[in-house]
Design a protein around this ligand. Structure first.
Ligand SMILES: *Cc1c(COP(=O)(O)O)cnc(C)c1O
Length: 369
């Protein structure tokens, strides 16, 4: 989306996203699909429109501007802005485009009250139950409730919190601590006679903690085909999701690297025997991190080919000695690919020392629209 010099071709399989949504709907009571950060790099409008066709009626975006983009594209339903309004202009956009702003500071209430000038405006409240990022703690609620009584046109409809450890079965205890704090908040709202909807779970919470589903669930990464319990004892709870993103680039040249010859900057790899190498048109300018040097693989002709030496700005060398049919213009996949050598988002994230979320956000920058 933001890059136009690259040969890396990133594709999104919208059918797979939609199939994942259908599978997740089987677990959801009220599904709010998370499409923040350009749909985790998959395309905000494309994903939201596609899921809307399958009956999605609630969407969570990050910035207010993403919500405005969805409305301007004609998307109906409830659109929650997780980052909330930052200034008067955004507060007016929230009101004008009928977005649901997530409120986590008292001064946002004043700003919204001013922007709406007495017209009714629904709001969502962010509760901090242990993440310690944004939101009101149980101790903050009395002051919040007092403020809300003054801003009569602002109507809270949803209270939500976010789990810090839902994807790690070894940290289930902290999930329960957060849940207990969430219930304390809920009791305070109910004592004041507020009738809200409640929401606590992300993908991992949705699949792992049915008792915490409350009214609305907020799957993100699972829509994009990643099992949040990958590599844990709860792996079986997240099976059946389909991969949604692929990334490939052409081979530009194939040649022999003779025994004793080094390859790429800094000479970090030297051949111990004669090898055949393919030079692929991908590099850190395409968000293929240089930290994948000598670590990662691509998929070529359905097989894995190891990266040799440093990843460069727009070029990467791979070992194709065992794939002798490789020629220039062949396709090398850094994500996805045909056959048994296909690379999953979890594979790539592991070599990259990160998580699939970051892989999608970064590679998604290459998406052509
Ligand atoms: C991103 C996000 C989600 C989705 O989380 P996944 O782990 O991707 O399912 C849910 N809720 C909030 C508040 C988020 O920021």
């Amino acid at each position: 989306m933001a890059l136009d010099y690259n040969l890396l071709d990133v594709r999104v399989d919208l059918k797979a996203v939609r199939a994942n949504f259908k599978l997740l709907q089987g677990h959801c009571r009220g599904c709010m699909v998370v499409v923040k950060a350009d749909g985790y790099g998959h395309g905000l409008l494309e994903v939201a429109r596609g899921l809307s066709l399958d009956g999605a009626r609630m969407f969570a975006v990050g910035a207010v501007s993403e919500g405005v983009r969805l409305r301007e594209a004609g998307l109906p339903g409830r659109i929650l802005s997780l980052l909330g309004p930052q200034d008067m202009r955004e507060a007016k956009a929230v009101a004008g485009q009928n977005l649901l702003p997530l409120i986590y500071r008292l001064d946002q209430l004043q700003m919204l009250a001013e922007a709406t000038a007495g017209r009714p405006q629904q709001i969502a409240l962010k509760l901090d139950t242990g993440m310690r990022r944004l939101g009101f703690t149980p101790e903050d609620l009395p002051a919040l409730l007092d403020q809300l009584q003054k801003a009569k046109n602002l109507e809270p409809v949803l209270a939500m919190s976010h789990l810090a450890t839902a994807d790690d079965p070894n940290q289930a205890e902290f999930v329960q601590e957060q849940a207990a704090r969430f219930q304390q908040c809920r009791a305070q709202f109910e004592r004041r006679g507020l009738n809200l909807e409640y929401s606590m779970v992300n993908s991992a919470g949705l699949l792992g903690y049915p008792e915490l589903h409350f009214d609305i669930q907020r799957p993100g990464i699972s829509l994009y085909g990643v099992n949040p319990f990958h590599g844990t004892a709860w792996e079986a709870k997240g099976t059946g999701l389909q991969p949604t993103m692929t990334a490939n680039a052409p081979v530009l040249q194939v040649h022999t690297l003779k025994k004793g010859e080094s390859i790429s900057y800094g000479r970090t790899f030297t051949a111990e025997e004669d090898l055949t190498v393919a030079i692929v048109a991908m590099g850190y300018a395409d968000c293929i991190s240089r930290s994948l040097s000598n670590k990662s693989y691509v998929c070529l002709h359905g097989q894995r080919a190891r990266i040799l030496g440093r990843v460069c700005m727009q070029l990467t060398a791979v070992d194709v000695t065992h794939i002798p049919q490789t020629v220039a213009s062949d396709t090398a996949w850094i994500l996805g690919g045909p056959g048994p050598g296909a690379i999953t988002a979890n594979d790539l994230a592991g070599w990259w020392d990160t998580i699939p979320y970051e892989v999608f956000c970064l590679l998604g920058l290459n998406r052509r629209v």
